[in-house]
Design a protein around this ligand. Structure first.
Ligand SMILES: NC(=O)c1ccc[n+]([C@@H]2O[C@H](COP(=O)([O-])OP(=O)(O)OC[C@H]3O[C@@H](n4cnc5c(N)ncnc54)[C@H](OP(=O)(O)O)[C@@H]3O)[C@@H](O)[C@H]2O)c1
Length: 167
């Protein structure tokens, strides 16, 4: 495995789009830090990519836990000394369990939103992403280079917003 000169962090890298993003970045000769909140799943995903001779390492990260963000930061600084790309991919769609049928849409608007679901969604999708930027962008600025990719959703766009999935 060749040592990479550039480094990327991907949040929620254990599955889905995050996992494939780790693979593609590593195929572009990036050193990738695959992060996930489940150690077991994150390590299994990392092993799979390392089996493809890709430069991927695992680090635990729940984006709602500041101490874990701090630990990741320390680890990246001590192992790589820099960060080139941050992919804020971790995200949840917690409204999913609600009935998604047209006649129910009017009953699942903002006024009926379950506050616990709303708070958790904002904590992960918005505050978590913000905290990662707050921590890592200064490191990018130190080296005059950096790219941040915030993975969003059409459901977060005003143009596509509607009733049905308030959180
Ligand atoms: N797939 C689509 O069609 C679609 C469309 C629009 C936008 N997106 C966005 O694309 C991103 C990835 O989507 P996906 O379909 O690949 O979703 P997914 O398969 O549900 O994966 C989401 C990832 O986020 C992680 N995650 C959730 N909460 C977290 C937290 N607090 N800290 C760290 N990681 C956390 C999950 O970890 P666990 O495995 O531990 O749950 C999982 O790794 C999301 O931001 C999503 O909103 C996807």
């Amino acid at each position: 495995m060749k040592e990479s000169s550039r480094t990327a962090i991907v949040t929620g890298g254990n599955r889905g789009l995050g996992f494939e993003t780790c693979r593609r970045l590593a195929q572009e000769n990036m050193g990738v830090v695959l992060t996930s909140r489940s150690g077991k799943e994150g390590r299994a995903a990392t092993d799979l990519l390392r089996g493809e001779k890709l430069d991927v390492v695992y680090h635990p990260l729940d984006v709602t836990r500041s101490p874990q963000i701090d630990q990741l930061y320390q680890s990246v600084v001590s192992h790589y000394g820099r960060l080139d790309i941050l992919v804020n991919n971790a995200g949840v769609f917690l409204d999913e369990g609600r009935p998604v049928v047209m006649e129910n849409l009017r009953e699942s608007g903002a006024f009926e939103a379950a506050l616990a679901v709303l708070r958790q969604s904002i904590e992960i999708n918005t505050v978590g992403t913000f905290c990662m930027c707050q921590k890592f962008i200064p490191l990018m600025k130190d080296h005059d280079y950096g790219r941040v990719v915030n993975v969003s959703s059409g459901m977060a766009q005003l143009a596509l917003m509607g009733p049905g999935w308030p959180a």
